[in-house]
Design a protein around this ligand. Structure first.
Ligand code: DQA
Length: 147
């Protein structure tokens, strides 16, 4: 099984970006934690980060044929991007939405997600563990659907 991890805008700054909100782990740390769990679960993962909406959309289009699902932290595009939601719907692969912070405990504009309705599920507020939980849940969900 192959899962593509997609990180949206500003997540390249993890480690130094608002550490009181997002913690001290860098994006490299997040990817390493995901890769470690992926090895344990026997799944392959790729990781991609972009600060550009179109770059994320192009990646979803390009990666979709070769993967069983996506794990997406779209950053602020979660709350704004109908285009990214359309891209994920368009490629028809299951995806899990993850957030480091608990978006529902934050500003009201973070309470809306354009991606959530099409997601298998949403995990928010557990820091790096959001990605670990997300990967586990997505892999289980995909396995259950395969006859
Ligand atoms: C985030 C939450 C978003 O609201 C924010 O814009 C981010 C990060 C998170 O992982 O907690 O960039 O997706």
């Amino acid at each position: 099984m192959k899962i593509a991890v997609v990180h949206g805008p500003n997540l390249n700054l993890l480690g130094t970006r608002e550490p009181e909100v997002y913690g001290r782990a860098t994006l490299e740390d997040v990817n390493a934690a995901v890769a470690e769990l992926a090895a344990e679960l026997g799944v392959e993962v790729t990781s991609f980060q972009s600060n550009h909406e179109g770059g994320l959309i192009d990646h979803v289009h390009a990666a979709a044929a070769g993967v069983d699902g996506f794990m997406v932290n779209a950053g602020a595009y979660t709350h704004t991007s109908i285009a990214l939601a359309d891209a994920l719907a368009g490629v028809a692969r299951p995806y899990v939405e993850v957030h480091l912070s608990n978006v529902f405990a934050r500003e009201p504009f973070r309470h809306r997600s354009w991606l959530a309705a099409g997601a298998v599920g949403v995990i928010s507020g557990f820091g790096v563990d959001s990605y670990r939980l997300g990967l586990r849940a997505l892999v289980e969900n995909i396995k259950r659907k395969v006859p």
